[in-house]
Ligand binder design. Structure first.
Ligand code: G6P
Length: 362
């Protein structure tokens, strides 16, 4: 059954491996045969009235929101802001004329997000919750809710809920953009790319021995590490860093690659692992320059690169998927690096110290 570990050592690995199935299910659930989104007209009509979208979340869901912003802005042209729920609750951002709030929450119970939703209700701001638990508080209290349909996520470190959040935001962005007559939304091949992403994740998972070797050789011996990326790879670098540090206890930071040189590069020493994510054709050459900067300081660089941008010597080559859905595949390599770094250190991967699956206090 969905909640048993089966033959896997840990739920985290099981849930990582379930992601192709989750994406295929979301395709069936949210897209018709021709790739048209099946989203309630009431939700799309309400969203279409907004002059600005505000996404609120915590932790991994916040990182999914950062990718969502890029999808919404690309496919709908509606300016989108992403905030930590914990900050917005007490320092409410300035509102546009017609705001619309989107809450992302695996559990639907995060107290920090509930505070913001209560404020939205008071101010009559329309809201939509995307959650893996349709009967949860955030789902019930928002005006609208949509299910992530990822199946129960047991490991404390979130994996398949993240990819489901990215995919469902893509569905909504496409549906909304099409409703608004946006050309980019009409041209966005979501169905095909969800299929490509599912296949791509299968390829990544089948390459897990290589990923485990990298974790053992480069990550486990280090007390710290960096992820760097530009464009859509930046929010993925933030999520990748969170995943690695939360389960392996290796202190990891995610950076917009060019920012490293403005201070943090002073932390790079001989052997410091720097993991570079390269999916953005616009900045791929600049990324190579940023890699050279850290190599010159002794960093031990691991490259995770889209096939179309790969060079000899790159470590992990990612199968091609539309740039705006590339996080679905890239993140899985980083989930596996985190998983193996923790497992091969002998840690309790599913229950990292000090963490809870859902945090119901502010
Ligand atoms: C906790 C979990 C994180 C999660 C965050 C937000 O801190 O340990 O993995 O990302 O809450 O949870 P939510 O259920 O709102 O997505």
């Amino acid at each position: 059954d969905a909640a048993s570990k089966g033959t896997y050592d840990f739920y985290m690995l099981k849930e990582i491996c379930e992601q192709p199935g989750v994406l295929r299910h979301l395709d069936q659930f949210y897209l018709d045969q021709n790739g048209k989104p099946k989203v309630s007209a009431a939700i799309i009509d309400a969203l279409a009235k907004a002059d600005k979208l505000y996404i609120f979340a915590a932790g991994t869901s916040y990182h999914a929101g950062l990718v969502g912003k890029l999808l919404f802005e690309k496919l709908t042209k509606i300016p989108t802001e992403v905030g930590f729920a914990s900050e917005a609750g007490y320092h409410f951002p300035m509102m546009s004329q017609h705001p619309f709030f989107i809450f992302l929450s695996q559990s639907g119970e995060t107290a920090d997000s509930r505070v913001v939703l209560q404020e939205a209700i008071k101010r009559n701001i329309p809201s939509l919750t995307l959650t893996n638990v349709p009967e949860s508080t955030l789902a019930r209290e928002a005006n609208y809710s949509m299910a992530l349909e990822a199946g129960p996520e047991i490991a404390v470190a979130s994996t398949k809920a993240y990819t489901a959040q990215v995919a469902v935001q893509a569905v909504i962005a496409k549906a909304l953009g099409e409703k608004m007559g946006d050309d980019a939304a009409a041209a966005f091949k979501l169905k095909q790319n969800l299929a490509l992403a599912a296949e791509g994740i299968e390829q990544v998972v089948s390459n897990q021995e290589k990923i485990e070797q990298l974790a053992q050789k480069d990550l486990i011996p280090s007390r710290n590490a960096f992820y760097i990326g530009r464009g859509i790879d930046y929010p993925v670098a933030l999520e990748a860093a969170l995943k690695l540090k939360e389960v392996s206890y290796i202190q990891t930071e995610g950076f917009a690659a060019a920012e490293l040189k403005h201070g943090t590069i002073s932390l790079i020493e001989k052997g410091t692992p720097v993991i570079a994510l390269i999916n953005d054709p616009l900045t791929a050459d600049l990324m190579r320059g940023n890699i050279q900067e850290v190599v010159a300081r002794g960093a031990n660089v691991i490259t995770i690169v889209n096939k179309s941008l790969a060079q000899t010597g790159d470590d992990i080559i990612l199968p091609e998927v539309d740039y705006f859905l590339s996080p679905l595949v890239t993140v899985v390599v980083t989930q596996l690096l985190a998983y193996f770094a923790a497992k091969d250190k002998g840690l309790d991967v599913d229950k990292p110290r000090n963490l809870a699956k859902s945090v119901t206090v502010e």
